[in-house]
Design a protein around this ligand. Structure first.
Ligand code: ZN
Length: 113
């Protein structure tokens, strides 16, 4: 489950932000997960809860903001919604569609106290 290492990465970002911005406690972590990022939001939540135990982020809530996938079709040259990588273009049925949006996972915002 690669979500465990991703969750550790998120914790590291939170800890670095705490050090730089001098906060003691994190209430909420807003995490953007792209539809094409190959990250399971449920698994992410589970792993996050496991890695924050005993850290300054303990008790923090992970709020997942899902970002829809988007791609550029090389056949009809349109930007189209893309639910999965390597799917055919929903507009013309052609290939390939290069993923251009919703491919990443990133910490969007922290709610701290
Ligand atoms: Zn197309």
């Amino acid at each position: 489950m690669h979500e465990m290492s991703l969750a550790m990465g998120v914790l590291q970002i939170v800890e670095e932000a705490a050090f730089e911005q001098h906060f003691q406690r994190v209430k909420t972590v807003f995490l953007e997960i792209g539809e094409l990022a190959a990250v399971e939001p449920e698994a992410m939540r589970f792993c996050f809860e496991a890695v924050i135990r005993g850290t300054l982020a303990e008790g923090a809530v992970l709020k997942v903001v899902e970002v829809a996938g988007e791609g550029l079709c090389f056949n009809c040259h349109q930007t189209v919604p893309l639910a999965a990588r390597y799917d055919p273009c929903p507009a013309c049925g052609g290939y390939p569609v290069q993923a251009t949006g919703g491919t990443e996972m990133r910490v969007k915002e922290l709610e701290v106290e």
